[in-house]
Design a protein around this ligand. Structure first.
Ligand SMILES: [Zn+2]
Length: 282
């Protein structure tokens, strides 16, 4: 499941390779996109920008056309130099965007739509996105207000609700809760102001540290391992995620896991470091 950091990195890589370039060829297996390309061809348009918003990736073309994609579970964007062999078979290709020196390929993206600036503004999933934790202008106050507006949500669910705060996925959800010593099954209503502030600040810190730009101008398609512990040993890179039954890195108590929320996304936590009871105020 791609999280916001993956989409952010993909958008940045695509933007570097494609922005300012002219589309020389457009291929797609999706009939709706093919129809738009037939009526108002992509070839000849300039790629203006590639942006990430939460888990959405949008590619803006000259002439008020925007390609919006969402990866859900399976989708991925790759970028190749002209003539370079693709790492996935052509049958998995949904969209391929050619310029003189690069080709960007979307494999198995389940959501791919063309929009104008106007239809994108009215897009239900896009319009309702909460503040994006990776945005340079992230508004923590606004995100906190959106969290508090749903006091009955469990914290682990609230952090994944993209209309509260956009960009977090299942790995960071558990890691952020652990780091803030907040039990993910507590209701948002039980959180203190300080706890909400800490959860949002930690979410932003973890996400930003996982998009740190180490690749320079290199075109990379692979996204490295996520890390929250700050430890260099790859086996110690996460606090609790995927560590059911293993000892807590802080107290040694075995890590628990449980499916949470309507979507039954697995949550990991330490029952000792993240007690269920609401800590006394102050
Ligand atoms: Zn612990």
């Amino acid at each position: 499941m791609p999280e916001g950091d993956t989409i952010f990195r993909a958008a940045r890589t695509l933007h570097r390779a494609l922005a300012g370039k002219v589309v020389t060829r457009f291929d797609t297996q999706l009939p709706k996109l093919a129809r738009v390309d037939y009526d108002t061809p992509l070839a000849g348009r300039t790629i203006e920008a590639v942006e990430a918003n939460g888990k959405w990736l949008s590619i803006r073309f000259s002439g008020d056309l925007i390609l919006l994609t969402h990866m859900l579970m399976s989708g991925t964007w790759h970028i190749y130099r002209a003539g370079e062999a693709w790492q996935r078979g052509p049958s998995h290709m949904r969209v391929a965007l050619y310029t003189s020196d690069f080709v960007a390929v979307a494999f198995q993206v389940p959501v791919a739509e063309f929009h104008t600036a106007d239809t994108l503004r009215r897009h239900p999933g896009f319009r309702r996105l909460g503040p994006d934790v990776l945005s340079p202008s992230f508004d923590a106050e606004a995100a906190a207000a959106r969290l508090r507006a749903r006091p009955d949500q469990e914290v682990g669910v609230a952090l994944l609700t993209q209309s509260n705060v956009a960009g977090l996925g299942n790995v960071f959800k558990s890691e952020v809760c652990f780091s803030c010593r907040v039990n993910p099954f507590r209701k948002v209503a039980s959180l203190t102001e300080d706890e909400i502030d800490a959860l949002l600040a930690t979410a932003r810190k973890f996400m930003l540290s996982n998009v740190t730009d180490t690749a320079g101008d290199q075109i990379v398609t692979y996204t490295g391992f996520r890390r929250t512990t700050g430890r260099s040993d790859p086996s110690e890179r996460l606090w609790v995620y995927g560590r059911r039954g293993e000892p807590c890195r802080k107290c040694g108590t075995p890590i628990l896991s449980y499916k949470q929320g309507l979507d039954a996304r697995v949550t990991f936590w330490c029952p000792q470091c993240q007690p269920q009871e609401t800590p006394a105020a102050g």
